[in-house]
Design a protein around this ligand. Structure first.
Ligand code: URA
Length: 241
């Protein structure tokens, strides 16, 4: 390990308020070691992606989708944005008003916070990474009326496309933002507070659950903000170290 790496590891533990480090072989290597995984039971959706499918083919298959009631109020289908070959994918819940107007995920206030979280955390950790180098999408591709939580049948209908998107990208890790994404990818129904910071798996891809940026925008959630930053650091080091 070089001095820079050592400094980053120490800062990481300092940020977690860990005061004492014991000299054990794995202690500084947790970010790159295979993550311990909690068992997942995601939605049992078939058929999954045909082998070798591209994002463009999935978009074409979605077409002018009317497969669930969410199409009724939408302006634009919000499929996803970013690097089709990214080793890291962020999955949110569903488009809000700004995303519905522009057809791009995470462009409103929550999106601006997500961009800052990705770029600032990466920079602080010595990882050169911009938002446009990762891939960002949602569980449902059309805006739920009044930004309500998607219903289970809407998640199932659109979940096919999410699963196919992930299968086409084949990232090293997925960061599930909030409860809807966590449920869609892990099948677990506990609240995010219980699941955050832990590794799960979707098929053979590592999944880290953290808070949704909208939740972090609420002024009384300072502690959650710090925890989300810790979760993000884990993901970034796991993917990019
Ligand atoms: N919230 C989400 O879950 N997704 C978006 O794209 C925007 C806000």
């Amino acid at each position: 390990m070089d001095t820079d790496q050592l400094r980053r590891y120490l800062e990481f533990y300092q940020d977690l308020h860990v005061k004492t480090l014991y000299r054990q072989p794995r202690i500084a290597g947790i970010q790159t070691a295979p993550p311990p995984v909690t068992e997942s039971k995601p939605m049992d959706l078939i058929p999954l992606a045909p082998e070798g499918e591209t994002l463009l083919q999935i978009i074409q298959d979605i077409g002018d989708c009317k497969r669930c009631r969410l199409h009724e109020g939408r302006n634009k289908i919000v499929f996803g944005v970013g690097n089709e070959h990214s080793p890291l994918v962020f999955v949110g819940e569903g488009p809000g008003a700004d995303e519905d107007a522009q057809g791009i995920p995470f462009v409103g206030k929550a999106g601006q916070l997500l961009t800052q979280m990705i770029e600032n955390t990466a920079k602080k950790e010595g990882i050169a990474l911009l938002r446009n180098q990762v891939y960002i999408c949602n569980v449902v591709k059309c805006r739920p009326p009044g930004n309500r939580t998607p219903e289970p049948d809407e998640m199932e209908t659109c979940g096919h496309y999410l699963y196919r998107q992930i299968s086409a990208i084949r990232p090293k890790a997925i960061c599930a933002l909030g409860g809807t994404a966590a449920r869609a990818l892990t099948g677990h129904k506990e609240g995010v507070t219980k699941m955050r910071g832990k590794w799960f798996k979707w098929q053979d891809i590592a999944v880290m659950v953290t808070y949704h940026p909208s939740y972090l925008l609420r002024p009384y959630n300072q502690n959650a903000k710090r925890e989300a930053w810790e979760d993000l650091k884990k993901v970034l080091h796991f993917v990019y170290d």
